[in-house]
Write a protein that binds this ligand. Structure first.
Ligand SMILES: Cc1cc2nc3c(=O)[nH]c(=O)nc-3n(C[C@H](O)[C@H](O)[C@H](O)COP(=O)(O)OP(=O)(O)OC[C@H]3O[C@@H](n4cnc5c(N)ncnc54)[C@H](O)[C@@H]3O)c2cc1C
Length: 431
């Protein structure tokens, strides 16, 4: 059987973006996806840089055709009704000035299909089947075993296997990467659905913070919050995220739980609810927060949720997956070109870059929950531009290294983490 240059497991945003970038450089990969698209997926609000990347991939026209809501920013409401607003802005390449721009909120079933169709139309090889096991020869991954639709097992060889399997964490679960580590938000549960006729912001010719397509976040207290993401003029994605013990204590089924929460969690959310008949199945997801160490190695690379997911609050997931795809492809092309000889370091630069972005997201979210008032002041004060850059997704290289507020947040949050560690050690020593 022929040896392909690249096989990609998973046809979500990470997998499709990896394929699209490879195709641009003349490499034809194979995507293996086990579900029939369109399929439901949560994760609808896109960051500013995600919008820019989608335009860069030539997908703007198709996304505009879908009439997805235009997102100018995100508004975060605390329990006392004092919101902070982060506008979507890009950096002007010539002057580096911040310029207002916009991105989209998307229906993931159609959005993911658009990405995958683009990859297929541009020449990707595609198989709808289950990836079952990596193929390992000596200490190197050399392919993947699949189960076809008819149930047959087949081996497919490649130079590089790219794991874009999302929360299924294909390679991590089969012991190829380091051992999966629980993330800070592993005890959270998200309960979500869609509602019609929610009261959206009215729109304004002069104030983008009032645009109806913006994403809204409401919180009650630490780790207890809700999102409202318009998906069309009439349908809105609504979700509540709470600590798992709280969800259990309420002893409600998920439909009643969600209904009850959206009517009590935060007054700014409640006033926007006109009916509580969900128009999508009410779903839950838990244990979504983790990190996978050593997520690259001889013959393999993990991209997106396949190696890391922190928490959905500030809507970075799709962006991180697509941006990492771009970085991973740069590393893969180098490898397929000059450096046929693989070693553990082949993808080390990619791994460092992806980790830099994931760390910035984690620190941002931790800092928000540990110091919500400081964070609110930063977002509206002198740190506003820095926060705008972070929320947009300028999380890599010099952009993030020169971001003074990101450095300040890191110092703050590391002090808090050290305090927590000391308290735990003290408690253990006294018990
Ligand atoms: C509650 C919640 C809310 C979220 N909200 C947002 C948001 O508003 N904005 C945002 O940007 N992100 C959000 N996210 C995150 C976002 O959904 C993910 O980060 C994003 O979908 C990751 O893309 P991916 O391509 O890595 O994985 P996925 O989109 O999950 O794609 C993985 C694909 O791999 C396939 N697959 C898995 N295993 C196999 C196998 N063995 N064989 C073949 N195929 C396989 C799956 O079928 C799937 O299609 C949210 C996440 C959660 C949990």
């Amino acid at each position: 059987m022929k040896k392909r240059p690249v096989i990609i497991i998973g046809g979500g945003p990470a997998g499709s973006a990896t394929a699209l970038h490879l195709l641009r450089s003349g490499v034809q990969p194979l995507i293996i996806e086990r579900e029939s698209f369109p399929r439901f997926h949560i994760g609808e609000s896109l960051s500013g840089e995600c919008g820019a990347d989608l335009r860069g991939l030539g997908l703007e026209e198709e996304l505009l055709r879908q009439k997805y809501p235009i997102k100018h920013g995100v508004k975060v409401f605390n329990p006392h009704g004092v919101p902070f607003w982060v506008e979507v802005k890009k950096r002007c390449p010539e002057t580096n000035a911040l310029i207002p721009t916009w991105t989209w909120s998307v229906v993931r079933s159609s959005f993911d299909r658009i990405l995958l169709d683009a990859a297929r139309n541009r020449g990707v090889e595609y198989m709808e089947c289950d990836a079952v096991a990596p193929i390992k020869e000596d200490d190197r991954i050399t392919g993947v075993q699949i189960r076809t639709a008819k149930g047959a097992l087949e081996d497919h060889r490649c130079e590089v296997l790219v794991d874009c399997s999302g929360q299924a964490t294909f390679l991590a679960n089969r012991g190829i990467t380091g051992k999966k580590i629980k993330g800070s938000y592993v005890s959270q549960v998200a309960v979500f659905s869609q509602l019609t006729d929610m009261v959206l912001d009215p729109g304004s010719d002069t104030d983008t913070s009032l645009a109806p397509g913006n994403s809204l976040i409401f919180y009650k207290q630490k780790d207890h919050w809700a999102w409202m993401i318009p998906l069309s003029d009439t349908i809105t994605s609504i979700g509540v995220v709470v600590p798992a013990p709280y969800f259990k204590e309420r002893k409600l089924d998920k439909v009643d739980f969600l209904r009850d929460e959206i009517l009590t969690l935060n007054p700014d959310l409640t006033r926007r609810v006109t009916n509580t008949s969900f128009v999508e199945e009410v779903r839950t997801i838990s244990s979504y927060s983790y990190t996978v160490p050593n997520f690259t190695g001889k013959g393999f690379v993990c991209v997106g949720d396949a190696h890391h997911f922190t928490d959905p609050i500030f809507s970075f997931g799709v962006f991180l997956s697509m941006k990492e795809a771009e970085f991973a492809v740069e590393a893969i092309l180098k490898h397929l070109g000059a450096e046929k000889e693989v070693n553990e370091k082949s993808f080390a630069a990619y791994e460092a870059l992806a980790t830099q972005g994931q760390d910035a997201v984690r620190d941002l979210i931790d800092c928000f929950w540990e110091y919500p008032l400081v964070f609110t002041r930063m977002a509206g004060g002198k740190a506003q531009d820095d926060i705008t850059d972070l929320f947009a997704g300028r999380l890599y290289g010099e952009s993030v290294e020169n971001n003074a507020s990101r450095a300040a947040m890191r110092r703050l949050i590391e002090t808090r983490r050290a305090e927590k560690q000391n308290a735990t050690e003290l408690a253990v020593s006294l018990s």
